[in-house]
Design a protein around this ligand. Structure first.
Ligand code: CMP
Length: 141
């Protein structure tokens, strides 16, 4: 059975710097995602650490959180049937070297860290990540 899901995506500083925002949002719309909310902002190192707290013990944590606080990002709340898995498919593999043709990371990512886009990986994570960036009243009905 298909269920309507919500997911959080971040267009990362590398993709914003490459003027890829319009192209990536077009991919969301062409692939059936409904945009419930969107904002451009810069986050602090501390905020990036909170967002990626699940990776705190990883060797790349410091570098990742420096990168994510290095420039503007665009965050979106998206809705679709099977949104979490479908977005991850559209994004492509975390490491762009393994990303399939036609995916966002294949087109825009340059390394496993500078990988253009983030998407929630499960329903519980999506709830946490959506509430990290958006208040309930900011989401379209
Ligand atoms: P993202 O989907 O945002 O989730 C966690 C991020 O950590 C991931 O994308 C990558 O940008 C980054 N990441 C994961 N593995 C590595 C790694 N081995 N080296 C550097 N960065 C990584």
């Amino acid at each position: 059975m298909k269920t309507l899901q919500r997911t959080l995506t971040i267009i990362k500083p590398d993709a914003v710097a490459k003027n890829a925002v319009g192209d990536i949002i077009e991919q969301f719309e062409k692939n059936g995602f409904r945009i419930l909310a969107i904002k451009m902002l810069e986050i602090s190192k501390h905020q990036a650490e909170q967002f990626y707290a699940v990776h705190a013990s990883r060797p790349f944590y410091s570098s990742l959180t420096n990168f994510m606080s290095s420039g503007p990002i665009v965050t979106l709340a998206l809705e679709k049937e099977n949104a979490i898995a479908d977005l991850r498919k559209l994004m492509g593999a975390t490491n762009p070297a393994n990303a399939e043709d036609g995916t966002i990371r294949k087109k825009w990512a340059s390394s496993i860290e500078h990988n253009a886009i983030h998407g929630s990986d499960a329903e519980e994570t999506a709830r946490f990540e959506l509430s990290f960036f958006f208040a309930g009243y900011e989401l379209a009905k």
